[in-house]
Write a protein that binds this ligand. Structure first.
Ligand SMILES: *Cc1c(COP(=O)(O)O)cnc(C)c1O
Length: 223
């Protein structure tokens, strides 16, 4: 683990974004061992996130004193392992998934916080609602019980074209601002990873998901 980089990122987040919002640093901990994760938490990382349910289940009980988020593609049949345990599910990418989360949360008598994932780059390889459909779908999702929809999540395309990234960030922020007027719980715009968090934050992200900068490069094998 790069402790220096972790502390630098914690400091970076304290400065906030141009909208005067505080920034949440989410440590993306896939393929990182529990001991290392706990070390990061002891150094001040307050939120950790897995992107595979199996890995989450293996580590959850062994990581105390941190908020747990889920950031990966989620199948409906695995929802039961997350609801009530994770503070925030970033990756709600269909109405039917929202429905299953809602049902499970209702059964547990809790409210599950979620974000709506937007496929901002329109990439075939990525999940998420399209920019065109997201508002209509959201209107349906907000009617489901036992959910707290607190904002949007997006993954920027892998590209060296910084201008493209900037314009996609601006689109996401504009959408977020528009929806924020309608939905009072909208507070999080989860956007930006190791290679693009600076662009994301300077264009309105207030939640960044950082893995390799803190924990080193790993072989992800996709999402
Ligand atoms: C792994 C992962 C990240 C972090 O990516 P890095 O490039 O390692 O910072 C962010 N979001 C999701 C959904 C991820 O799976």
């Amino acid at each position: 683990m790069n402790e220096h980089e972790l502390l630098r990122l914690i400091d970076f987040c304290k400065k906030g974004n141009p909208y005067n919002e505080s920034i949440t640093l989410v440590g993306a901990t896939k393929m990182v061992d529990v001991q290392t994760i706990n070390k990061a938490v002891s150094l001040g990382l307050t939120t950790v996130a897995e992107n595979r349910v199996q890995e989450f289940r293996e580590k959850y009980d062994l990581i105390k004193d941190a908020n747990h988020h889920f950031i990966g593609h989620l199948q409906s049949n695995k929802v039961k392992y997350l609801v009530g345990k994770v503070k925030l599910i970033h990756s709600v990418d269909s109405f039917s998934l929202a429905q299953v989360i809602s049902e499970k949360a209702q059964k547990l008598g809790i409210s599950q916080e979620i974000l709506i994932e937007v496929n901002v780059g329109g990439e075939l390889s990525k999940s998420g609602f399209s920019l065109e459909n997201v508002e209509l779908e959201l209107e349906k999702i907000v009617k489901l019980p036992s959910l707290r929809i607190s904002g949007l999540m997006a993954m920027l395309p892998k590209t060296d074209d910084q201008q493209l990234k900037i314009s996609l960030c601006k689109e996401m922020r504009a959408l977020f601002d528009k929806l924020k007027e309608k939905y009072i719980n909208f507070t999080h715009l989860s956007m930006g990873m190791s290679e693009d968090y600076e662009i994301a934050v300077s264009h309105g992200s207030n939640m960044i998901r950082i893995g390799s900068l803190i924990f080193g490069k790993r072989n992800y094998g996709g999402n």
